[in-house]
Design a binder for this molecule. Structure first.
Ligand code: NDP
Ligand code: MG
Length: 387
């Protein structure tokens, strides 16, 4: 049997862990031919040794020179700008794209031409690149499998369906830790409280985004881009059990739902194994034991992230990219205790409005326009914080 060759960009993170665990249990089916990290060289070399992977990429170049001895047995791709060369070095079947944030924007754009199958976990880049990325992918027959659980659910639900007969799309949100809090209590939430999640084990940034519901706002943008959905046809619903991840309502008012345990291995397995044909026995759903599934409308007065995300789509052009980038800056500031929890979304809105008011938006931006817009947002953000 042909083993599939896999590269994991962002192998030392939470998505990387889940992917490698699936591969670990199915070693006969895969060769790991490339793994990358930013800083965590000790974890990267440990997993590279375990999976006998010689090609490694390290984004932080300073650390490479400090770790020459540890790295002597590997072919090292130095800095994120070299990561794309890992593909040409080897026959590659699947790329898992799980670097966090918008730092790998150019990398994603470059690999959109690869003609490979890309498992897309990173949402920030697709939100920034929008159609630029999808157009390239379609011209070069690059196949995109969304791994974000809600989008993976929609992807699986939409297989062999007639898009014209769909009325409405719904993605679910666990609600994070704080959806029941009063606004006045949200103000005092600390980074320590916000980096844990009731249902999902994830990296810090996305965990904070879940609790501000910015994650859901970003996911609405992500879904509109990936599936070409009009913003008024998609919404989010709090579902604290996180068992249903996506729903599609057809014109005849029937609804199809995708259910699974809240575990990223289920989404990731859909790119590693064809036709859902892998035993993940530990992850069976026992609906009798779960008994009830609950749904709650989002309080858009208290959590404004979804409205802001939809406004960014209405602005079009750079709207989604600048909202996403402002949010990355604000989450960092919150983690460093420079702003309050409630300032994250408030500042995102303020910065987006200012960018639009100053006439900076561009209708069909290219990647350089996007990077230029980030510089403008950096300036707005530092002025806002120093005031
Ligand atoms: P983590 O923070 O756990 O991992 C991030 C990975 O990216 C690490 O390997 C990290 O390396 C690497 N990395 C971070 N910054 C850079 C950089 N500047 N250059 C190169 N590599 C970098 O994140 P997650 O695994 O949780 O999330 C990854 C992506 O998937 C995010 O975009 C997230 O939104 C998305 N996602 C994640 C889900 C989850 O369940 N975790 C669910 C749905 C989507 P190092 O370890 O060295 O810092
Ligand atoms: Mg998600």
């Amino acid at each position: 049997m042909h083993k599939k060759n896999i590269i994991i960009y962002g192998a030392t993170g939470s998505i990387g862990d889940s992917t490698l665990d699936l591969i670990r249990n199915n070693k006969d089916n895969f060769n790991v031919v490339g793994l990358t990290c930013n800083l965590n060289i000790s974890k990267l070399t440990k997993i590279s040794n375990e999976f006998d992977c010689k090609n490694i990429g390290i984004a932080n170049k300073e650390l490479i020179s400090q770790n020459k001895t540890v790295l002597k047995d590997f072919i090292v791709f130095e800095g994120i700008e070299e990561f794309q060369n890992m593909i040409s070095n080897h026959h590659v079947d699947i790329i898992i794209f799980a670097i966090s944030g918008s730092a790998p924007l150019k990398l994603l754009m470059e690999i959109s031409n690869s003609g490979k199958t890309i498992g897309l976990a990173n949402k920030e880049c697709i939100i920034c690149l929008g159609n630029l990325f999808l157009k390239n992918a379609s011209i070069s027959s690059t196949k995109i499998v969304p791994l974000d659980s809600e989008h993976n659910a929609l992807y699986q639900l939409l297989k062999n369906k007639n898009i014209d007969s769909i009325n409405k799309y719904t993605i679910t949100a666990s609600g994070g830790n704080f959806y029941k809090y009063k606004y006045s209590d949200l103000i005092n939430i600390t980074p320590e409280q916000a980096v844990t999640h009731p249902k999902w084990k994830m990296g810090k940034k996305i965990t904070i985004d879940s609790s501000t519901l910015m994650n859901k706002g970003l996911e609405i943008i992500e879904a509109c881009i990936l599936f070409n959905i009009e913003p008024n046809k998609i919404n989010a619903l709090i579902h604290p059990e996180s068992i249903i991840h996506g729903l599609v309502e057809f014109k005849d008012s029937s609804m199809h739902a995708f259910l699974s345990q809240p575990n990223m291995k289920i989404s990731i397995s859909s790119i590693l194994f064809d036709n859902n044909n892998v035993n993940l026995d530990n992850h069976r759903l026992d609906l009798g034991a779960i008994k009830s599934l609950n749904f709650i409308d989002i309080d858009n007065e208290k959590f404004k992230a979804i409205d802001i995300a939809k406004t960014s789509l209405d602005h079009g052009g750079l709207g989604p990219a600048i909202l996403n980038y402002a949010n990355e800056l604000m989450v960092n500031l919150f983690l460093n205790k420079k702003i309050l929890f409630t300032d994250i979304v408030k500042n995102n809105k303020y910065i987006m409005n200012q960018f639009i008011r100053d006439n900076n938006n561009i209708k069909n931006p290219n990647i350089n326009d996007i990077i230029q817009a980030f510089i403008i947002i950096d300036n707005y953000a530092s002025r806002l914080i120093s005031n």
